[in-house]
Design a protein around this ligand. Structure first.
Ligand code: MN
Length: 156
C-alpha cells in the first residue's frame, strides 16, 4: 500500500525540516533540526510532533504570527512511501521502529525511523543504491512544487 509523504522546510523560531508520513488518514510528523541525510552512517534527530491533517501535505507559504509554527514553509520533497515489514505502519510506530521506502523526487530508497525515548526518534538512511555522502539539503534546496527557495517565500 502506498501512502503520501512530504518533507517541508520550515523557518519558524528555528530552521528545521518536517517529515510527515501518511498513517491511517493523518500525517504523522517529526521535526528534524538538521533535515534528512542520505548517508547511512548519519543519524538525524527527529522529534515527534502533533499529527497534521492530510491536506497540510500541500501547504507552502506563510504561517501568520501568533499561529502554531508561525514562519515560512516550502514543500522540499514529496511523493509516496511504502512501509516495509509485516505489521502496519501504525503498529510499527507504536513499537518504536518503522522501516519504509520513499519514492520522492529527492529522497528515495530505504529508510528507518527508530524511537530512542519519548518524543525523540532517529531517522537513518539504509544502505542501498540511493544512499550517498552528498549533502542533499544543500544540493537540492528548492521546493519540488514551485521551484522556490525558502527565502523566496515572503516573511510574515
Ligand atoms: Mn515545523
Amino acid at each position: 500500500m502506498r501512502n503520501i509523504f512530504v518533507v517541508q522546510e520550515h523557518l519558524a523560531r528555528r530552521l528545521h525540516y518536517d517529515l510527515r508520513l501518511e498513517v491511517e488518514g493523518v500525517l504523522r510528523s517529526w521535526a528534524l533540526p538538521k533535515g534528512p541525510s542520505l548517508d547511512p552512517s548519519v543519524r538525524r534527530l527527529a522529534v515527534a510532533v502533533e499529527p497534521h491533517p492530510l491536506e497540510y501535505a500541500h501547504f507552502e507559504g506563510v504561517i501568520p504570527q501568533g499561529e502554531y509554527g508561525a514562519g515560512t514553509v516550502i514543500v522540499w520533497d514529496r511523493g509516496t512511501y511504502i512501509p516495509e515489514g509485516a505489521g502496519t505502519a501504525r503498529a510499527s510506530l507504536e513499537e518504536g521502529k518503522l522501516t519504509f521506502t520513499l519514492l520522492g523526487r529527492k529522497l528515495r530508497g530505504s529508510w528507518v525511523i527508530v524511537r530512542i525515548r519519548e518524543q525523540r526518534w532517529l531517522l537513518i538512511k539504509r544502505h542501498d543504491r540511493y544512499s550517498s555522502a552528498k549533502d542533499i539539503t544543500s544540493l537540492a534546496p528548492r521546493s519540488v512544487i514551485s521551484g522556490r527557495l525558502l527565502s523566496d517565500v515572503s516573511a510574515p
